[in-house]
Design a protein around this ligand. Structure first.
Ligand SMILES: Cc1cc2nc3c(=O)[nH]c(=O)nc-3n(C[C@H](O)[C@H](O)[C@H](O)COP(=O)(O)OP(=O)(O)OC[C@H]3O[C@@H](n4cnc5c(N)ncnc54)[C@H](O)[C@@H]3O)c2cc1C
Length: 231
């Protein structure tokens, strides 16, 4: 995948990840570390070794000098998980100021609850997908019609929205430094993360890999183990 700035990667049925801006590079992170002993870039091979050393030893602060800004469109239940990540900045569309569009996440396949792993779910032939989809779509349609009726009766947008489900799409800007983004990726590209947020994280990992390939390679080599409390 090649992601020019402002390229959109489509996710789920109506969502996207769009890179708005990026500041920094692998060399920026390496130089930010070297400033502590008065040095500058030492060429690709030595910079790669330094970057791996920094990640292995939890010296994360040099990666804070590289910055990504994304525009995200995702269902509200994904945004809710996303916004648990606090070391970053958000601005989200307001359903008080704008009327909510009829845009809801329609999953391709429903998954069954894993009985042993509370976080787990998987596709199963035991589920009648077409029947479940009909139930799901009817509920969404009913709630959106009710939303419109409340608005038509003069109810304020901030109250009418209370009837809408968490599958409704939202949009926000997400600005994050490379250190915090690696923490996000280590948690949300993981198999324990819900599939829907993992789809977004996987796309952002590709963008990270393209913008900071040496750092991402080192991150993969250390098996994406990240200990954000270490320093
Ligand atoms: C698979 C999975 C399941 C989850 N399930 C739940 C759940 O059921 N319920 C739930 O509430 N959350 C849940 N979470 C959210 C999780 O607890 C974290 O809030 C979220 O992953 C953000 O991680 P973070 O705190 O490392 O990131 P950030 O908020 O970006 O913080 C980065 C780092 O900064 C430090 N930091 C940030 N804030 C503080 C603080 N106040 N005090 C001290 N240090 C701080 C920590 O070192 C932290 O790791 C889940 C997450 C995952 C990945």
């Amino acid at each position: 995948m090649t992601t020019d700035q402002k390229t959109i990667v489509k996710i789920l049925d109506k969502g996207f990840v769009k890179l708005i801006d990026f500041m920094g590079s692998d060399v920026r992170a390496a130089n930010s570390a070297r400033v502590s002993f008065g040095g500058t870039a030492k060429g690709e091979e030595r910079d790669k070794i330094l970057i791996k050393y920094l990640l292995e030893h939890s010296h994360y602060s040099p990666f804070e000098h590289c910055y990504f800004q994304f525009h995200i469109k995702c269902p509200i239940f994904v945004a809710r998980q996303w916004m648990r990540h606090r070391w970053c900045s958000y601005n989200e569309i307001s359903a008080r100021y704008t009327e909510v569009k009829e845009e809801f996440y329609i999953p391709e396949k429903f998954r069954i609850q894993d009985k042993t792993n509370k976080q787990g779910s998987f596709e199963s032939k035991d589920l009648d997908n077409a029947k479940l989809l009909a139930i799901y779509e009817k509920a969404i349609d009913d709630s959106y019609q009710a939303y419109k009726q409340l608005l038509d009766q003069g109810v304020a947008r901030e109250m009418a929205r209370m009837i809408l489900p968490v599958g409704q799409y939202t949009e926000f800007y997400f600005s994050v430094n490379a250190r915090s983004l690696l923490n996000f990726l280590s948690l949300r590209c993981d198999s324990h993360a819900q599939k829907e947020i993992k789809d977004y994280a996987d796309a952002m990992a590709e963008i990270f890999k393209e913008k900071m390939p040496w750092t991402y390679e080192a991150f993969e080599q250390i098996n994406k183990k990240f200990a954000p409390c270490a320093n």
